[in-house]
Write a protein that binds this ligand. Structure first.
Ligand code: B12
Length: 474
């Protein structure tokens, strides 16, 4: 007689974009299939996520949700409240970045029973074992929970990060791969080849979450897994979701060599730091290109060295140009990301950023730049310093759920400068997008505007924005 498996429901809240829910796939893949019957529900794919969840939770022992800061909290909370109402005995677990940063607040203000802080695979399995055996969560490292008898909130010791090479391959059968392809508009697969980040940027939560630990899969493992996945899904592109894919140059070279040896036909995307790119030898760039590297993402953050040093990014502006030159030489596209409006950033710093962005845009229409405005989010040194200075961060889970990262402007940018930056954002896209005969006059005008900082009567901007989708201009 076959054993009845324990039912576990994992939920990925609604969010912007359609990246596959890799965290939940990681958890599901780690659990023993013989013991657990795991189902992943993704709020972004369902017409009525709540109905699906309530139906699925019938007979389950656990409802677990992965939660990022911001809008996903709202959906996570709504679902959690309804699940608790319908199934008061069901154990509700939250994990991921937001509850890891705010475990106590999450437990106090929501019906959540257990929070997993940091890496989730082993902790989650131990939680499920405890549930099956009717035990408490006492002593499970990396876990905070409400004591079932006293209602008291207990914070267990930290869990040390484990090398991800000891975890099984992600089993993509848990999600409808084709649905993500359709929604993202590209026949691609999301894959993550490492966890954590060794760097110390003071605007990022990674140093808090993974304590600057980093583990990466061995190159042969990555190639084996992608080969198996390709046989099944025939994707044309792999999007590596790693924080810093190019952390170890020799490893990247070995990955590229594996891809070339196996004659993979897909292209790929990865994240690169400017210091890594500047150190990476030309022959490795060439191998990456030959192995299908299409585009890298480089966090420039600021064109002002003073600001870069202040945010502990540990890169030098010349390294940005060196990386760009190498990519240009090898026909690799770049997405640069920039943040403007940090506390203490002067207008001269902002001008430096505009100058460097202009230089990079001039190099190639394939070098795109996304310009974001700084907004402090939790779990990093800048936010802590601002709070100590009296800055009001959202208070409690409800306010965090209304928090929106994608903002226009920042309290640290004067209004006039903000308008200039908004104009620059628009006109840089236009000025250095792929040229065409039809576009030449407005591109020439856009370049003139940027050079002279002359954004008066931007009639062509209004017209273009009326007619076209802004994104299509880049
Ligand atoms: C893909 C991705 C997204 C996807 C989300 C995909 C999804 N799940 O729906 C999209 C594109 C929607 C997204 C959006 C955003 N993202 Co994002 N994103 C990522 C990225 C690149 C990969 C995430 C991932 O899949 N990792 C792989 C898995 C295996 O690792 P993991 O998520 O850490 O999961 C482990 C643990 O956290 C834990 N765990 C996670 N969930 C759960 C759940 C349970 C129940 C348990 C037990 C454990 C557990 O166990 C997992 C395995 O060890 C990360 C960076 C990174 N490399 O992790 C940033 C990252 C998570 N994003 C971040 C940010 C800032 C954002 C945005 C704010 C960006 C923006 N400017 O708009 C938005 C916010 C969401 C919104 N408003 O809609 C921050 C997190 C900040 C925060 N406090 O939440 C990160 C860390 C980037 C960074 N370094 O700043 N993002």
């Amino acid at each position: 007689m076959s054993q009845v498996r324990t039912k576990v429901i994992l939920y990925n809240p609604k969010a912007v974009f359609y990246t596959m829910p890799l965290a939940l796939i990681a958890l599901a893949s780690y659990l023993d299939k013989g013991i657990y019957d795991v189902k992943i529900i993704d709020g972004r794919l369902e017409k009525d996520p709540l109905m699906k969840i309530l139906d699925s939770c019938e007979g389950a022992v656990c409802f677990a949700v992965s939660v990022l800061t911001g809008a996903p909290i709202k959906d996570a909370l709504e679902m959690t409240i309804e699940v608790k109402k319908r199934f008061p005995e069901l154990n509700i677990v939250w994990g991921g970045w937001h509850p890891s940063l705010f475990p106590l607040e999450t437990l106090k203000e929501t019906p959540v029973d257990v929070v997993v802080r940091g890496q989730g695979e082993i902790a989650f399995e131990q939680i499920l074992t405890a549930i099956i055996n009717g035990q408490s969560f006492q002593g499970i490292a990396g876990v905070s929970y409400k004591d079932k008898v006293t209602g008291e909130i207990v914070q267990n010791a930290e869990r040390n990060m484990v090398d991800i090479n000891s975890f099984p391959a992600f089993n993509y059968d848990f999600v409808p791969v084709n649905s993500y392809e359709k929604l993202s508009g590209r026949n691609q697969i999301d894959y993550i080849a490492s966890q954590g980040c060794r760097f110390r940027c003071n605007f990022c939560a990674d140093p808090f979450m993974y304590k600057r630990g980093w583990y990466g899969y061995a190159p042969t493992r990555i190639a084996d897994e992608l080969e198996t996945l390709w046989d099944k899904y025939h994707f044309e592109h792999v999007h590596f979701q790693d924080e810093t894919f190019f952390t170890i140059g020799a490893r990247v070279e070995a990955i590229a060599e594996e891809f070339i040896k196996r004659k993979f036909r897909f292209s790929w995307f990865g994240t690169m730091r400017a210091d890594q790119g500047s150190r990476l030898p030309d022959e490795v760039f060439a191998k990456c290109k030959a192995s299908g590297l299409e585009r890298v993402m480089i966090g420039l953050e600021s064109g002002s060295q003073r600001m870069i040093d202040w945010m502990k990014k540990d890169i030098k502006i010349p390294q940005v140009y060196e990386s760009a030159q190498k990519c240009l030489k090898h026909g690799i596209a770049i997405n640069f990301s920039v943040i403007i409006g940090f506390p203490g950033e002067t207008e001269a710093d902002m001008d430096e950023t505009i100058r460097v962005v202009t230089d990079l845009r001039k190099m190639s229409p394939e070098f795109r730049v996304s310009i974001f405005y700084f907004k402090p989010y939790p779990g990093n040194e800048i936010a802590d310093a601002l709070i100590a200075d009296g800055y009001k961060m959202p208070q409690g889970i409800k306010e965090w759920s209304d928090f929106d990262y994608v903002v226009k402007g920042s309290p640290w940018i004067p209004e006039k400068k903000f308008r200039e930056i908004e104009n620059f954002k628009f006109f840089q896209r236009l000025a250095w997008s792929k040229p065409s005969l039809l576009k030449t006059p407005i591109q020439t005008l856009a370049k003139w505007r940027i050079k002279n900082k002359s954004y008066h009567l931007p009639i062509e901007r209004k017209l273009i924005e009326l007619i076209f989708d802004r994104q299509k201009l880049s």
